[in-house]
Design a protein around this ligand. Structure first.
Ligand code: ZN
Ligand code: ZN
Length: 528
């Protein structure tokens, strides 16, 4: 059955300002674009869909996020953006009520950041106990590396003043006892002892998460790091008819020998909308917690952050990825971490034919990537995926941590665009919402939460930003021949927006609504 979409602002993303009157789709693909008259000449019956002046674009492509973590986050109280301890308490109590959590069952919460709380401190033990008097409580900090537990939670896990002394990482203590604060391995190891949700609860959460992604106009999404513990959920996605959109997963490089055999039928090919795109490594932390590995010390300190992997391991990851013909994603925020990745890939390129392997290694986040490094990135055919939302969410902290000059230069989108370097723009959900229009808004406006303009010189146009979530994100996935523009022969992955982002005031772009999402010609989301 043919469908014709007409009477809207149809932005093809084939070139700046390229629009057509109508698009015809059939069997999940785009058959034809052109004028309404041309569509009328087509033989056979057609369904005509009147766009009523709304905008149609290629479906959005998520170049980096963590779908399973996002689904997990939906089973936890969301503390993102909380500005006071009282607000945290209120949100946790609302969560307990809304989800009918029985007394004695764990309550999990995530996303608070003490930097944004009045007094810039973590809640005390007394405050934690008041938040959920009848439930063991665990709260994960926004950074993921530290967290809090109330007295009931600590008791359930057998953490006492005595065991705290012996613990790895750091368990907070003062003269009155445990403070509820747990840092690094003390937090990470203990959180793993908390009972997981059931498979059924996970599947329900995955369903909700998928709906959310679709509501943001996304038709291809990512699993940024598959670990062995996630296997049951990945199998559910890969082997059932769960997925309504394409899902590309990257395996933890260090666990690849265990994981690759599990996905023999999905290596680099979609089956049930699921494919394995390659491997993933972490090279450093994040600039807001001063763990990103930088070449120049953080403002007013002699700290440089630190590397996670040794040079030879990074080189080995590059080499094996090239050998296996799969893509390598490396989380690198600081310029020193970016350089480690570039140098490792360069060494591999000197001994193997990386050109024909064409694995398009991705610098994920690349926040402090500099102009001299962009030259190397271009020369080596590497691919930066920028996390430009940081300008908004943490820009005010970057100004303090990095100093004005460096903070203004984070996510150098304009510099990259001027050098004709393709790049994508990601949300790193659940670190931020998988809201692609918000990312576009960040890229064109570069305003912090406090409204400070941060590096206006690196602002790009709305068209350039849209490329980062459509055609250039498709290129990152080696799918530019299939997706990313509205052209005959490509998949009918489309999104309908209430306004054309190319004709909207730059400041208003984040308010644009997704009205409908279409995957392979089928409507998979409609705005209620
Ligand atoms: Zn990352
Ligand atoms: Zn990530």
């Amino acid at each position: 059955m043919k469908t014709v979409y007409y009477n809207g602002e149809i932005v093809t993303m084939c070139g700046s300002g390229d629009m057509v009157q109508a698009v015809m789709t059939e069997d999940g693909k785009i058959l034809k674009i052109g004028t309404v008259d041309e569509m009328k000449k087509e033989e056979g019956s057609c369904t005509w869909v009147d766009l009523q002046g709304k905008a149609m674009l290629p479906g959005f492509i998520d170049p980096h996020s963590h779908f399973i973590s996002y689904a997990t986050s939906l089973m936890q109280a969301d503390l993102n953006g909380a500005e006071s301890i009282e607000e945290i308490r209120r949100r946790i109590q609302e969560f307990i009520k809304a989800n009918d959590v029985k007394p004695g069952e764990w309550v999990k919460a995530r996303g608070y950041d003490h930097n944004f709380l009045q007094g810039r401190r973590h809640p005390s033990m007394e405050e934690l106990n008041e938040m959920s008097p009848d439930h063991p409580l665990v709260i994960q900090h926004q950074s993921g590396h530290v967290g809090l537990m109330n007295a009931e939670g600590l008791k359930k896990l057998g953490i006492t003043m005595e065991t705290a002394k012996e613990s790895e990482g750091m368990i907070g203590r003062n003269e009155t006892g445990l403070t509820g604060y747990l840092e690094e391995s003390a937090f990470i190891n203990n959180v793993q002892k908390i009972p997981m949700e059931t498979q059924e609860q996970f599947e329900t959460a995955m369903g909700k998460a998928q709906k959310k992604y679709l509501s943001y106009g996304i038709t291809t999404m990512q699993e940024g790091m598959v670990m062995e513990v996630m296997l049951p959920f990945m199998k559910y996605a890969a082997e059932t008819d769960f997925l309504k959109m394409d899902y590309v997963a990257y395996l933890d490089f260090h666990e690849r020998e265990k994981l690759v055999p599990e996905f023999k039928n999905h290596m680099l090919v979609y089956k049930n909308h699921f494919k394995i795109g390659g491997y993933k490594v972490f090279l450093d932390g994040s600039p807001q917690s001063k763990t990103a590995w930088v070449r120049i010390p953080y403002e007013g300190t002699d700290e440089l952050g630190y590397p996670i992997l040794k040079n030879d391991i990074v080189e080995n990851a590059c080499e094996i990825s090239v050998q296996d013909g799969v893509q390598l994603l490396a989380h690198c925020n600081g310029d020193a971490a970016c350089q480690q990745f570039i140098d490792a890939y360069r060494r591999v390129s000197e001994k193997t034919d990386v050109k024909s392997a064409d694995i398009r290694p991705v610098l994920v986040h690349a926040q402090l990537l500099t102009k001299d490094q962009l030259k190397e990135v271009k020369e080596l055919h590497m691919f930066p995926s920028f996390f430009v939302g940081h300008v908004f969410y943490w820009g005010d902290i970057h100004l303090e941590n990095l100093g004005c000059r460096r903070a203004k230069e984070i996510s150098p989108l304009k510099t990259a665009a001027d050098m004709q370097i393709r790049f994508s723009l990601h949300t790193d959900a659940p670190v931020t919402e998988p809201d692609q229009m918000h990312t576009v808004w960040c890229a064109v406006n570069r305003l912090t939460k406090k409204g400070v303009s941060l590096g206006a010189k690196e602002c790009i146009t709305a068209y350039q930003a849209l490329r980062g979530i459509t055609i250039d994100a498709a290129y990152q996935y080696h799918e530019e021949k299939e997706k990313g523009t509205i052209e005959p022969g490509k998949r009918a992955d489309l999104v309908i927006l209430d306004k054309n982002p190319l004709k909207t005031d730059l400041g208003e772009i984040r308010n644009i609504k997704v009205l409908e999402t279409i995957k392979d010609g089928v409507s998979v989301y409609r705005h209620p």
